[in-house]
Design a protein around this ligand. Structure first.
Ligand code: BG6
Length: 305
């Protein structure tokens, strides 16, 4: 068990970051500064929530029924999917979306930026058990900047003697007023893989994305900014990215959410996932000795339409 007072002393930035143990025995960092606040679990380097000061409601959604269990992914926030996206290509016994989201990470550095935002760096802690799932020499690190904007950069270093192919996603759950009222722009006329029903059917987007049923799509070959327009919460959420060629849009709708059991009553109505990813045919090859970074930036603006 990590020593909380040692962590606070080393990385706490005089109280801007407070390490705590939450029920379920996970260690989280509560980050608060003049521009916003966030909670980050050491397990999975999982940003659990984020709210800029300008917003009454969080921008990154955490389920009211989320479970905080060692070795299990948390419903909501920003799960880190790595080194594969979705089911493993050849072994269905391996965990969906890889293992990075359910294993311990350690803080390596924290600092206050000139603009008053807080930057936190973490690295995935390697274990032997991981080697059986992923027999490659890689290092995975993340830099999270909490401020008026939330920035996350996920970096994979290939330290081995052969090229590696990774799938990945920053699987962000955004807080919205009601799924039936929002729209997403930025993916117009894009090709996507429709995964509803368990298959993978290629389709083309017609106009903005709106929701009236379960939605589970991998938009391919897109680096575009996406914008969520939310008339109920009277805001727009901007999602920009780099080093990412896929965008996944997901809402489970009522039946699937009920089966999952950690969405809470009608939780699915108040979230949408826009995942900046490299998935399916956009998986990334990292040459031996090289590095790949996928990064996102989120911010909001008022909307009165
Ligand atoms: C999305 C997938 O990225 O994640 C969905 O496209 C999946 O198919 C969803 O249901 C949630 O996955 P999990 O493993 O966190 O329940």
């Amino acid at each position: 068990m990590a020593n909380l007072s040692a962590l606070n002393l080393r990385f706490g930035l005089s109280g801007q970051i407070v390490f705590k143990e939450i029920p379920g025995s996970l260690i989280v960092m509560e980050v608060t500064n003049a521009h916003g606040s966030a909670t980050i679990a050491l397990q999975g380097a999982h940003v659990m929530s984020w709210r800029p000061k300008s917003e009454a409601e969080p921008v990154v959604w955490l389920s009211r029924a989320a479970r905080f269990t060692p070795g299990k992914s948390i419903r909501g926030g920003v799960p880190v999917c790595w080194p594969w996206f979705g089911p493993h290509a050849t072994d269905s016994k391996l965990p969906a979306h890889g293992f990075a989201r359910t294993v311990p990470w350690e803080a390596t550095a924290t600092r206050v930026l000139d603009n008053g935002a807080t930057e936190i760096a973490l690295t995935l802690v390697e274990t032997d058990q991981m080697g059986t799932m992923w027999p490659h020499q890689t290092k995975l690190s993340i830099a999270i900047t909490v401020g008026a904007r939330l920035k996350i950069a996920l970096t994979t270093d290939n330290l081995g003697n052969e090229d590696v192919v990774i799938g990945e996603a920053l699987h962000t759950y955004f807080q919205i007023g009601d799924i039936a009222d929002i729209r997403i722009s930025g993916l117009e006329a894009g090709d996507y893989l429709d995964k509803v029903g368990g298959g993978s059917v290629r389709r083309r987007q017609d106009g903005r994305v709106v929701f009236s049923a379960e939605t589970d799509r991998i938009y391919l070959n897109t680096e575009a900014e996406c914008v969520i327009t939310d008339p109920r919460l009277k805001r727009r959420i901007h999602v920009t990215k780099s080093g990412s060629r896929s965008t996944v849009v997901w809402n489970p709708w009522t039946e699937k959410a009920d089966k999952m059991g950690d969405f809470g009553l009608d939780g699915w109505r108040e979230m949408v996932c826009i995942e900046s990813a490299n998935a399916a045919e956009n998986a990334v090859t990292i040459k031996t000795g090289s590095r790949h970074t996928m990064a996102v930036e989120y911010w909001t603006e008022k909307y009165d339409g």
